[in-house]
Design a protein around this ligand. Structure first.
Ligand code: NAP
Length: 291
C-alpha cells in the first residue's frame, strides 16, 4: 500500500493569497524542483524572480509562471559570482521591491567515484552548491539588515548531508556545509527578523534531471516506487507545499531547522546488510589505475 498519494496539483493547505504582495527570489527555478517550488508560491499570489545562467531555463521558468498568471522577472545570474548576484537583486528590487523570501535552490551535481574526481570537478560543485548558496544568502541578508526588514531563507539540501553520499563526495560535502550554514545564519540573523531553514527532497523524478543523474537512477531497479519505504516516489507539488509552509506566516517560529520530505528513505536500514558493491562497480567502471 505505502503512503497515500497527495492532493492534486493546484491544491494548497495555505489560504489563497498567502503570498499576495510578496516577492520570492528563487535560484535555478527554470527547471525541476525549483520550478515546482516557484509554481506553488505563484499559486498563492507571490511575485517570482528566477535567477540562473541559461536563457532557455529562464524562458521555461517565465512561461511556467505566466501560465499561472504570476508576475515574474527572470535574471541571468551565476551564483558563483557575487557581482551577478548583486545585479540580480537590483533587478528584483526594481521589479517588485526587496524579495521577502529567498529559496537557494540552484546546485550542480554528477556521480563520480572519488578516486576519479578531478580537482576541477570538486571545485565546480563546491563552488556552486556551497559557495554560491552562501553568496546569495549573504546578499539577501545584507539588504534586509540595511533596510531593517524581515525575511525568510530556505536552502535546498540533500539527505547525504548527514549520511555521506558514495559517488557524490563533492555534492555531499557541499550540502553538509549548506545545512550547517542554516544553523549558523538562523542564530546570527534571527535578531534581525530573518528566518533560515533547510528543505531536503527525497527521490522526486522530473523531466529536467541531467543525463548523468537519469543514468544513475536507471542503474537501480526500474520500479522506483518499490525502492522507497513510502512505496512511492515524491511529487514536485509536495516539495513545493513544504517550501511555501516554511516561508509562510504559520511557520515563523521554525528557524534553523532542516525539514526532510522524502518518505523516510534516508532513514532506511535493513535487518541484514546487503553485499557491499564498490561505487566504480555500481557505475560499470574498470578497476582504477593511475596509468
Ligand atoms: P536541476 O533541474 O538540475 O536544477 C538545478 C538548477 O540550478 C538549474 O535550473 C540551473 O539553471 C541552476 N544552476 C546550476 N548552476 C548554477 C549557477 N552556477 N548559477 C545559477 N544557477 C545555477 O536540479 P533539481 O533536481 O531540480 O534539484 C534542485 C535542488 O534539489 C538542488 O539543490 C538539488 O541538489 C536538490 N536535490 C534534488 C533531488 C532530486 O531528486 N531531484 C534530490 C536531492 C536534492 P542554469 O543551468 O540555467 O544555471
Amino acid at each position: 500500500m505505502g503512503l497515500p498519494h497527495p492532493p492534486p496539483l493546484g491544491a494548497s493547505a495555505l489560504p489563497a493569497g498567502t503570498f499576495d504582495g510578496v516577492c520570492v527570489f528563487i535560484t535555478g527555478a527554470g527547471t525541476g524542483l525549483g520550478k515546482g517550488i516557484a509554481q506553488e508560491f505563484a499559486r498563492l499570489g507571490a511575485s517570482i524572480v528566477i535567477a540562473s545562467r541559461k536563457p532557455e531555463h529562464l524562458d521555461a521558468g517565465r512561461a511556467a509562471m505566466e501560465e499561472l498568471g504570476a508576475p515574474v522577472e527572470t535574471v541571468a545570474c551565476d551564483i558563483r559570482e557575487p557581482d551577478t548576484i548583486a545585479a540580480a537583486f537590483d533587478a528584483a528590487e526594481a521589479a517588485f521591491g526587496l524579495p521577502q523570501v529567498l529559496v537557494n535552490n540552484a546546485a550542480a551535481n554528477f556521480p563520480v567515484p572519488a578516486e576519479d574526481m578531478s580537482p576541477n570537478a570538486w571545485r565546480t560543485v563546491v563552488d556552486i552548491t556551497l559557495n554560491g548558496t552562501f553568496f546569495v544568502a549573504r546578499e539577501f541578508g545584507r539588504r534586509h539588515l540595511d533596510a531593517d526588514t524581515p525575511g525568510s531563507i530556505i536552502n535546498i539540501g540533500a539527505s547525504y548531508a548527514w549520511t555521506g553520499g558514495p559517488g557524490f563526495a563533492h555534492s555531499a560535502a557541499a550540502k553538509a556545509g549548506a545545512k550547517n550554514m542554516v544553523e549558523t545564519l538562523a542564530v546570527e540573523w534571527g535578531p534581525y527578523g530573518i528566518q533560515v531553514n533547510g528543505l531536503v527532497p527525497g527521490l522526486i523524478p522530473h523531466e529536467d534531471m541531467t543525463a548523468d543523474i537519469q543514468e544513475n537512477l536507471s542503474r537501480a531497479d526500474d520500479e522506483k516506487d518499490a525502492l522507497q519505504p513510502a512505496m512511492r516516489v515524491g511529487t514536485r507539488r509536495e516539495f513545493g507545499w513544504a517550501a511555501t509552509f516554511l516561508a509562510s506566516p504559520y511557520a515563523q517560529f521554525i528557524t534553523g531547522h532542516t525539514l526532510v520530505v522524502d518518505g523516510a528513505n534516508w532513514q532506511r536500514r535493513a535487518m541484514t546488510n546487503p553485499t557491499v558493491v564498490p561505487i566504480r562497480e555500481q557505475m560499470g567502471k574498470e578497476p582504477f589505475s593511475l596509468s
